[in-house]
Design a protein around this ligand. Sequence first.
Ligand code: BTN
Length: 254
Amino acid sequence: MTTSRLSDKFRLVEMVAVDSTNEEAKRLACSGAADGTLVWAQRQTAGRGRRGRVWTSEPGNLYASFVLRPNCAPFQAAQLTFVAALAVRDMLTIFLNNSDTIACKWPNDVLIGGRKISGILLESSTAGSGIVDWLVLGIGVNLRHHPDIAGRHPATDLSAEGAGAVASSSALETLAIAFAERRGEWLHGGFEAVRNAWLKHAYGLGQTAHIKLENASHSGLFIGIDESGALRLKADGCAEQLFAAGEVTFERSD
Ligand code: BTN
């Protein structure tokens, strides 16, 4: 890709192969890379998902990581995963005729028809001042293939959803534009603006959700997210509960 096709907000680092774009982005961040450095690879040899899971990374899908220096506290920086999920959703709507079934699943997946098409992995380092020094936002989007995952939320890819063969360069370009716009909304409107937009496309809102924590699990109606992005669950006869992290599944998968 020629860098001129990318917004001037980003500086592209393009690679044929890398262990993980997040790892490369972190290496660059530690050596002083500027806000907006964007690492993009055709394939990853050690792609990672959340909770140490492997992220299958054959050529054909999108693997990219943004280095950001948001100059804010860690709790605010974490809001950028919602910003990224909205940007991924915006990007997918450009390539698909029907955007009704594209949803954001808490905390940071994007689904089409209940099937996972994208995952986001945020990693950050905070300086002694309590301000985030750098943040790496890694985004994987299944464009041409997807892993065969059983369970409540199996995977899908853009071509399986009828978008044809989308080049990873086009997906990246579209994603970068969408991310710059959504980040601007976050900067000017705060998390409230992002939260409202995210809730419009939230997967499973009003449905029974199960959240798995390290040593426990809870169920209840998914009634929204709070002003910090925590999941709000309400079980019959109980006070509302808030969860900052966890693995969520829903009873139905549409
Ligand atoms: C998840 O859903 O568990 C998060 C998946 C994040 C995958 C992306 S692909 C680009 C970047 N590099 C990685 O090693 N992981 C993220």
